[in-house]
Write a protein that binds this ligand. Structure first.
Ligand code: NAD
Length: 428
């Protein structure tokens, strides 16, 4: 291939991987098929508010540094903005904007009363001390005091932020309000207003929708072979829960290697092995495999639960799964959608498949506002009800409108948000 072709192909892939363009493609298709008028389409496409803050923070060595942070509230039509805050050196406003619109559609598809939001701070957590991270978090929160709140915008953890970050946000917000406001963030530690069942919720949601999808294929759990990419919070939990339900996990893929066993991998044993050795490779309960190849193993269910853009125009043709359960956000590019559809892959799209996390975040917010906390069985029962109903709403819509599941999920979501906007009317 000559250099110009290589450059063109790289430029095309870069466009394909742009999260804002990916979100736009799915949005446009759904809006067009719903026949939304131009005005409403513009309202639905535009973020309601975008805030950029430049925050001065004293570093441990005495220097003063200025960090840039963003918070985008894409939609408030159905309730407060909901969505994570990420800390990373390459955060961009485009990315935060795309992710915030994603949250609007995700909350709408599971029919919880939230809009979408997302935030980010450009910083490198790997070179920052806990004290520096705390000062960045507190100053970022203080700058956003006027737009955050249980009724306005409720952040959560995302890339490189965690329960501790949420506790600092909750404390800073509460100090300004002069009283404790636990419902301003979700993903908090359990004894600070967090919800039981939250850490497992996304993986649990993946299992629930996968079990529903199996019924459509007439597959029993014992007949089902699963490949999972990513053995972290979502993938690790999905693996353990699916294993408990009797599904056979034939491969687990990590960034540094994959483990394969056609007789089934025990994810509990694999986790012990990783804790002992630091890697999933050289596991006695399976054989090592090239992680690139493992993604294309013949299987019933493939769960990409690691990162975005892993299935794209150049490799989608090699996928051999019947069902694709998108545990990660954006694991499939818009260009790959068509290839998967032509192959007849049953896609459970990310905004549905991984919505178990935001659903239990919603439960956390409800419990905080009630000041009354549920046991784990109740959390799981209510999660199951919401995930099953949402799955059925989407596939029924796909069947009746003859569209693929992703388009159906977006159409259901856009329609719900559009309905709220029409009913509320435009305030002028
Ligand atoms: P995590 O960091 O706990 O786990 C991700 C795992 O994937 C890690 O073990 C990592 O080593 C592995 N990984 C990274 N790159 C890889 C690669 N190229 N190939 C194979 N493995 C790779 O993160 P998580 O919370 O499990 O999130 C995973 C995905 O799910 C992300 O896209 C996230 O946005 C999405 N998600 C998470 C939640 C949640 O509740 N945690 C909710 C919704 C969506």
């Amino acid at each position: 291939m000559i250099l110009e072709d290589v450059n063109n192909q790289e430029a095309a892939l870069e466009r394909e991987f742009n999260p804002w363009l990916a979100a736009e493609t799915r949005f446009n298709e759904a809006a067009l098929r719903l026949g939304l008028d131009d005005g409403l389409t513009k309202v639905l496409r535009s973020p309601a508010m975008e805030v950029t803050v430049h925050i001065p923070v004293g570093l441990d060595d005495g220097r003063l540094e200025v960090f840039t942070g963003y918070r985008v509230q894409h939609s408030l039509a159905r309730g407060p903005a909901k969505g994570g805050i990420r800390f990373a050196p390459d955060v961009t406003l485009d990315e935060v904007r795309a992710l915030s619109s994603w949250m609007t559609w995700k909350c709408a598809v599971v029919n919880i009363p939230f809009g979408g939001g997302k935030g980010g701070v450009i910083c490198d957590p790997k070179i920052l001390s806990p004290g520096e991270l705390e000062r960045i978090t507190r100053r970022y929160t203080a700058e956003l005091m006027d737009i955050l709140g249980p009724e306005r915008d409720v952040p959560a953890p995302d890339m490189n932020t965690n329960e501790q970050t949420m506790a600092w946000i909750m404390d800073t917000y509460s100090m300004h309000k002069r009283h404790t406001v636990t419902a301003v963030v979700t993903g908090k530690p359990l004894n600070l207003g967090g919800s039981r069942g939250r850490p497992a919720a996304t993986g649990r949601g993946c299992r629930i929708v996968t079990l529903e999808a199996l019924k459509r294929f007439g597959l029993t759990p014992a007949d089902t072979e699963v490949v999972i990419q990513g053995f972290g919070n979502v993938g690790g939990m999905a693996a353990r829960l699916m294993h408990e339900s009797g599904l056979k996990i034939i491969a687990i893929i990590e960034y540094d290697g994959a483990v394969y066993n056609p007789r089934g991998i025990n994810p509990f044993e694999l986790e012990k092995h990783r804790q002992a050795t630091g890697s999933i490779t050289h596991f006695a309960g399976g054989e090592d495999m090239d992680p690139q190849e493992a993604l294309f193993l013949p299987c019933d269910v493939l769960v990409p639960a690691a990162r975005e853009n892993v299935i794209h125009s150049q490799n989608a043709g090699k996928i051999q799964a019947k069902i694709l359960c998108e545990g990660a956000n954006g694991p499939t590019t818009a260009q790959a959608d068509k290839i998967l559809e032509d192959k007849g892959v049953f896609v459970i799209p990310d905004i549905l498949a991984n919505a178990g996390g935001v659903t239990v975040s919603y439960f956390e917010w409800v419990q905080d506002r009630q000041g009354y906390f549920w046991n784990e069985a109740l959390v799981n029962e209510r999660l199951e009800e919401i995930m099953v109903n949402s799955f059925n709403d989407v596939v029924a819509f796909a069947d009746s409108h003859k569209v693929n599941n992703r388009t159906a999920a977006y159409m259901v979501a856009l329609d719900r948000v559009a309905f709220a906007i029409r009913l509320r009317g435009i305030y002028a």
